[in-house]
Design a protein around this ligand. Structure first.
Ligand SMILES: Nc1nc2c(c(=O)[nH]1)N[C@H]1C(S)=C(S)[C@@H](COP(=O)(O)OP(=O)(O)OC[C@H]3O[C@@H](n4cnc5c(=O)[nH]c(N)nc54)[C@H](O)[C@@H]3O)O[C@H]1N2
Ligand SMILES: Nc1nc2c(c(=O)[nH]1)N[C@H]1C(S)=C(S)[C@@H](COP(=O)(O)OP(=O)(O)OC[C@H]3O[C@@H](n4cnc5c(=O)[nH]c(N)nc54)[C@H](O)[C@@H]3O)O[C@H]1N2
Ligand code: SF4
Ligand SMILES: [Mo]
Length: 730
C-alpha cells in the first residue's frame, strides 16, 4: 500500500498555526497528528483539529457546484441536536424546529462551467446596469493561508472594480491601539514565556484559543512563576490561575491607567528606558494622576487594594510578561484600552528582558510581499475613482440601505456572515432580498449558503497547497497538499483564476501557478525573510524568521528575539509613543483615557437592558466553524446562557430552564446555566451556527453593528440584554 506522510500547517484563524503531519494511504488521508518538529506547537493538536478527518470526509461536505431551487433561507440538511428543554411556540417564528428536511429539493447540481458562466453573466449585467461597485466581496478567516486567504481573490475584485471590504470584524481596534504605541505587531515569542516569573493572561483564553502557549506557561510555573488572569469570564485558564481577577467588561483601559498611576507614583517605572526609547512620558505621568485605584475600582469591580498589588507585582516580579488577547478590544473603547495596556511594558522597561514584554500578535514580523500577492494596482479600464469601502461589520446595514448603487451581488468565501456578523436579524433580512445575487464558496452548507443562489465547493487544507504565517509565533511554513480535492472542490485561488478567465481578464498575474505565487510572496524586502525560500521551507517544514541581531542574550540554538530591547519602535518617531500626534489629529486623547462603553452598565443605557452580555467563542469550535460536526459537538455545550445566581434569583430563573434573552435588536431562547462562570451583572453565551439554535438563531441576534473607537472594529463584547424566565410565556 502506498503510504506517505505529508507536512501541512493548520490554516484556521488561530494564533498557533500548528505544524501538522497527514498520513496518506492510497490517496486517502488516514491520520492527522501534530508535527513534533515544530518548536512551538511541538507535536500536539487542539481537540477539534485532532478530529479533522471527520471534517474532511464528512458526509455533509459541499462537493459539487449547486444552484438553489428552493426559496432563499431554507435550512439545508444538517444533523441537529435537539435543544435541551421546552421552547415556547413563540420562539420558533415561522420555521419549525428542527426545520423540515428539504435539501434534496433545495439544490440542483450543476457543472463548474454552468456555475462560472452564470456568475460571470450576472456580474456583467450588474456592472452594465449599476456599475462594478454593486458587487461586494465578503471574506474573513476561513483560511489564513497566505494564498487562499488573500491573493487571487483580491486581484480579481480589484480588477473587477468591486466595492472594497474593510475586514474589521476581529482585531482592527486592537491592532490600531497596539500600533499607536509600538508601530508594529511584534511581541514576546512564546518560547520565552518559560523565563517569565510573572505572567498576566489579559483577556486571553489560553486553553481555548491559544493552547500551544500553555506548556510554556506551565514550565514557567513549575519554576515558580505566578499566573494572573484578567477576564470577566471564568475560563478554564482562569480556573487554574494563581490569581483570577474578574473584571467588568470594557473597563480594561481604566485598569491599565490605574496600574500606571501606581507604578509611576511609587517610582517603580524604568526611567532610563523611558528616557531613551519613549515619547511623551511627562504627558502620561500627568494623565494617570486622574486614575487612582479608588476611582478605577468602581468601574472595573476590582478593589483598589488588588489594583495596587497587581501594579506592584507586575513592576517588581521580573521578568513579567503580558499575554494580551483580543477580548479587550471587542469593546466600544477597545482601541484605547489596548493602547493603554501596550504602554505597560514600556513604562517598566520589560522589553529589555528575555521573558518580558507583551504579546498580542507576532504577525508584523512576516512581512510577505502583500502587493505581489494581492495586486492593489489592478483596476478596470476607465475606472477613475477608488471604489467605495464597506465595513464587513455593517453588512446588515449595507445590504438593506446602501444606494448609489445598492449591493446587487455578494460573493462570500472564507466566511459565514449569517452566523458571525453582528445584528444577525438585519443580515438575514438583507440576504433574503430577492434582487440580491449571492454566491457562496464553502466546504459546508452553512447558515450563509442557505441564502445563496450559487454554492461552489471549496477544498480543505488537505486538498491544496499554501504558505502559512502565524500570529502567535515566528515560524513560517509551506503547507503541502496531501490528497486530491474531494468531488469537484476547488481552492479559492483556482476559483478566482477561473472567474478572471470567464470575465476575460488577461493580466498575466491570473495565470500564475501556486508555486510562483509563493515565490512572489517571499520576494520581499523584509530582512527577516532573507535566506528563506520555498525550497528551504519544503525541506525544513518550519523555518524561524531571521530575527537574530535584535536581541542580546543567547539561549539554546537561536537567540531570543527582543523586538524593542533597544527601542526600534516602528512608529514615525521611532519611539514608543505614549503621546501620539496621530491620535490627536483623529480627535482622540493623544495619551489615553477611559470612557465607559455607552452600551454598558456604566454607560447610561443600562435601564431597560441591565445585563452585560459576553457573546463568546466556543472553546471547541472556531467561530462558527466545526459547530456542525457531530464528533466536535460532543465536546461542546451549546445554546446555554450562563448567568450568576444573584441575577437568576431576582428573575425567578432556575438552573437548566429555558430563558428568553433579549434587547432592542432581537431575542433568543437559551438554557440557563447558573454555575459561577460569570459575575453578577454579566451573562455569557457561545457562538455557533444559527440554524443549530432554537428558532434558527444564534447569539448575534443581540450584538450590535456599533464600531469601536479605533480601527472601525466590531464590538461583540459591548452588549446589554435582559433575561426572563419562560415559565409565564405562552
Ligand atoms: N477554540 C477556539 N479558538 C479560537 C477561536 C474560537 O472561536 N475558538 N477564535 C479564533 C479567533 S478568530 C480569534 S480572533 C482568536 C481570539 O482569541 P481571544 O483574543 O482569546 O478572543 P476572545 O475569546 O474573544 O476573548 C478572550 C477572552 O477575553 C474575555 N473578555 C471579553 N471581554 C473582556 C473585557 O472587557 N476585558 C477582559 N479583560 N477580558 C474580556 C473573554 O471572556 C475571553 O475569555 O482566537 C482564535 N482561536
Ligand atoms: N458573537 C460573536 N461573533 C463573532 C465573534 C465572537 O467572538 N462572538 N468573533 C468574531 C471574530 S474574532 C471573527 S475572526 C469572525 C470570524 O468570522 P468567519 O471568518 O466568517 O468565521 P467562521 O465561522 O470560522 O467561518 C469561516 C468559513 O469559511 C469556510 N472555509 C474554510 N476554509 C475555506 C476555504 O479554503 N475556502 C472557502 N471558500 N471557505 C473556507 C468554513 O467552512 C467556514 O464556514 O467572527 C466574529 N463573530
Ligand atoms: S486550530 Fe489552532 S491549535 Fe488547533 S490545530 Fe489549528 S492552529 Fe493548532
Ligand atoms: Mo478573530
Amino acid at each position: 500500500m502506498a503510504k506517505q506522510v505529508v507536512h501541512a500547517a493548520c490554516p484556521h484563524d488561530c494564533p498557533d498555526a500548528c505544524g501538522v503531519l497527514i498520513t496518506v494511504e492510497d490517496g486517502h488521508a488516514t491520520k492527522i497528528q501534530g508535527d513534533p518538529g515544530h518548536p512551538v506547537t511541538r507535536g500536539f493538536l487542539c481537540a477539534k483539529v485532532a478530529k479533522y478527518l471527520d471534517r474532511v470526509y464528512s458526509p455533509d461536505r459541499v462537493l459539487y457546484p449547486m444552484r438553489r431551487v428552493a426559496a432563499k433561507g431554507f435550512a439545508a440538511k444538517q444533523r441537529r441536536f435537539a435543544p435541551h428543554g421546552r421552547i415556547p411556540s413563540t420562539a420558533l417564528g415561522t420555521s419549525s424546529y428542527p426545520p423540515a428536511q428539504e435539501s434534496t429539493q433545495a439544490w440542483q447540481r450543476i457543472s463548474w462551467d454552468e456555475a462560472l458562466d452564470e456568475i460571470a453573466g450576472r456580474f456583467r449585467k450588474i456592472i452594465a446596469e449599476s456599475g462594478s461597485e454593486a458587487i461586494l466581496p465578503y471574506s474573513y478567516g476561513g483560511t489564513l493561508g497566505a494564498l487562499n486567504g488573500a491573493s487571487m481573490d483580491r486581484r480579481f475584485f480589484s480588477r473587477l472594480g468591486a466595492s472594497q471590504l474593510e475586514r474589521a470584524i476581529c482585531s482592527a481596534a486592537g491592532e490600531a491601539g497596539l500600533q499607536s504605541v509600538h508601530g508594529e505587531k511584534l511581541g514576546t515569542e512564546p518560547e520565552q514565556f518559560i523565563h517569565s516569573r510573572y505572567i498576566i493572561a489579559w483577556a486571553s483564553n489560553i486553553h481555548g484559543n491559544n493552547v500551544h502557549l500553555w506548556p510554556f506557561i506551565a514550565e514557567a510555573r513549575r519554576k515558580g512563576a505566578k499566573l494572573v488572569v484578567i477576564d470577566p469570564y471564568r475560563t478554564r485558564t482562569a480556573a487554574c490561575a494563581d490569581w483570577y481577577l474578574p473584571i467588568n467588561p470594557g473597563t480594561d483601559g481604566a485598569l491599565a491607567l490605574a496600574m500606571m498611576h501606581v507604578i509611576i507614583g511609587e517610582g517603580l517605572h524604568d526611567a532610563d528606558y523611558l528616557a531613551k526609547y519613549t515619547l511623551g512620558f511627562d504627558a502620561l505621568r500627568e494623565k494617570v494622576r486622574a486614575y487612582p485605584p479608588e476611582r478605577v475600582a468602581q468601574w472595573t469591580g476590582i478593589s483598589a487594594q488588588d489594583i495596587r498589588k497587581l501594579a506592584r507585582e507586575y513592576a517588581t516580579v521580573r521578568p513579567s510578561v503580558i499575554r494580551l488577547n483580543y477580548g479587550v478590544q471587542r469593546s466600544e473603547g477597545g482601541g484605547m484600552a489596548t493602547r493603554a495596556i501596550a504602554m505597560l511594558p514600556c513604562v517598566i522597561g520589560s522589553w529589555k528582558e528575555v521573558g518580558g514584554g507583551l504579546q498580542m500578535s507576532t504577525s508584523g514580523a512576516f512581512g510577505l510581499n502583500k502587493d505581489a500577492l494581492t495586486r492593489p494596482d489592478l483596476k478596470p479600464e476607465g475606472l477613475q475613482h477608488t471604489p467605495r469601502t464597506v465595513n464587513m461589520v455593517e453588512l446588515g446595514t449595507a445590504l438593506n440601505t446602501l444606494s448609489h448603487p445598492p449591493v446587487k451581488a455578494l460573493f462570500v468565501y472564507n466566511s459565514n456572515p449569517a452566523a458571525v456578523c453582528p445584528n444577525h436579524n438585519e443580515v438575514v433580512r438583507g440576504l433574503k432580498r430577492p434582487d440580491l445575487f449571492t454566491v457562496v464558496h464553502e466546504q459546508f452548507f452553512t447558515d450563509t449558503t442557505d441564502y445563496a443562489d450559487i454554492v461552489l465547493p471549496a477544498t480543505t487544507f488537505f486538498e491544496h497547497k499554501d504558505l502559512q504565517t502565524a500570529y502567535g509565533h515566528y515560524y513560517l511554513q509551506v503547507s503541502d497538499q496531501a490528497i486530491e480535492p474531494l468531488g469537484k472542490c476547488r481552492a479559492n485561488v483556482e476559483v478566482f483564476r477561473d472567474l478572471a478567465g470567464r470575465m476575460g481578464f488577461e493580466d498575466p498575474c491570473f495565470g500564475e501557478s501556486v508555486d510562483e505565487m509563493i515565490d512572489g510572496a517571499l520576494a520581499s524586502s523584509n530582512p527577516w525573510l532573507e535566506g528563506i525560500n520555498r525550497e528551504r521551507l519544503e525541506r525544513e517544514r518550519q523555518v524561524r524568521l531571521n530575527l537574530s541581531g535584535q536581541g542580546s542574550v543567547a539561549s539554546g540554538q537561536s537567540e531570543p528575539f527582543l523586538p524593542f530591547a533597544n527601542g526600534n519602535f516602528r512608529t514615525s518617531s521611532g519611539k514608543a509613543e505614549l503621546y501620539s500626534e496621530a491620535m490627536k489629529v483623529q480627535g482622540l486623547d493623544p495619551v489615553a483615557e477611559f470612557t465607559p462603553p455607552a452600551e454598558s452598565r456604566h454607560g447610561g443605557q443600562g435601564a431597560a437592558f441591565p445585563l452585560e452580555l459576553l457573546a463568546r467563542k466556543a472553546d471547541n469550535f472556531l467561530n462558527s466553524t466545526f459547530s456542525n460536526l457531530p464528533s466536535v459537538q460532543e465536546m461542546e455545550e451549546t445554546n446555554l446562557l450562563e448567568i450568576h445566581s444573584a441575577d437568576a434569583r431576582t428573575r425567578g430563573i432556575a438552573d437548566g430552564e429555558m430563558v428568553r434573552v433579549y434587547n432592542h435588536r432581537g431575542e433568543i431562547f437559551l438554557q440557563a446555566r447558573v454555575d459561577g462562570a460569570v459575575q453578577p451583572g454579566v451573562v455569557a453565551a457561545r457562538l455557533n451556527w444559527a440554524k443549530l439554535g432554537p428558532g434558527l438563531r444564534n447569539i448575534n441576534v443581540l450584538t450590535s453593528e456599533k464600531l469601536s473607537d479605533l480601527g472601525n472594529s466590531a464590538t461583540f463584547y459591548s452588549v446589554l440584554v435582559e433575561v426572563e424566565s419562560t415559565k409565564s410565556l405562552p
